[in-house]
Design a protein. Structure first.
Length: 202
């Protein structure tokens, strides 16, 4: 997952850095509190749950800066760089917005990101190449990968995440990049797509 700077052309390195920065906390049990830019960050999404087994209620996040909404596995933080992220004990999500020339060719942007991840993420393994898909009424591009997100502070073992990165266009010059990941033994591709399909430009 990459910390992708909003409105800047080089997105992948920063998106990844943000998730790596918290990799050592992958076994912590608390969710960070929302910050000031988190509009409606604590409102449950109609009582939905993300599956059974006591999983957390989905949280409806509305971003007032870039005007989009999405369901999240937990409370989303609006970051100073314009991105928004959720970091939980076993799963993570980040949304960034890219504007300008790079946003005009989403397939090329996704290919560039996957190549950058191959050299910047420990244990990176691409599971699928960037491909077009329609989710939630949007024609988007996605690709999947696994990577080593650090060492669990509880077990001392490496934490492998399976992630999917989605590119959702608003227009020819703006695209949202959603990166969702969860520990590999809990990954459900349909669940990842279901989460991405809740994204809406407002």
């Amino acid at each position: 997952m990459a910390y992708i700077m909003l409105t800047r052309s080089g997105i992948t390195g920063l998106a990844v850095a943000g998730l790596l920065a918290v990799a050592g906390c992958s076994s912590t049990s608390s969710t960070p509190p929302a910050q000031a830019g988190d509009a409606q960050g604590g409102a449950p999404a109609g009582g939905e749950t993300q599956g059974g087994g006591g999983e957390a209620v989905a949280v409806d996040y509305v971003d007032s800066r870039y005007h989009y909404r999405i369901d999240s596995p937990g409370r989303v933080i609006a970051n100073p760089d314009g991105s928004a992220s959720f970091i939980g004990p076993s799963e993570r999500m980040q949304i960034t917005v890219v504007s300008g020339a790079k946003a005009a060719d989403i397939s090329a942007l996704a290919r560039e990101d996957s190549k950058a991840m191959a050299t910047s993420l420990a244990g990176f393994r691409q599971l699928s190449s960037p491909a077009a898909v329609t989710l939630g009424g949007y024609h988007m591009t996605r690709f999947g990968f696994t990577w080593n997100a650090g060492t669990s502070s509880v077990t001392g073992k490496a934490v492998e995440l399976t992630s999917v990165q989605y590119y959702v266009p608003k227009n020819a010059g703006t695209v949202a990049v959603i990166t969702y990941g969860i520990v590999t033994n809990q990954f459900d591709p349909q669940g990842a797509d279901d989460l991405a399909s809740t994204f809406k430009w407002l």
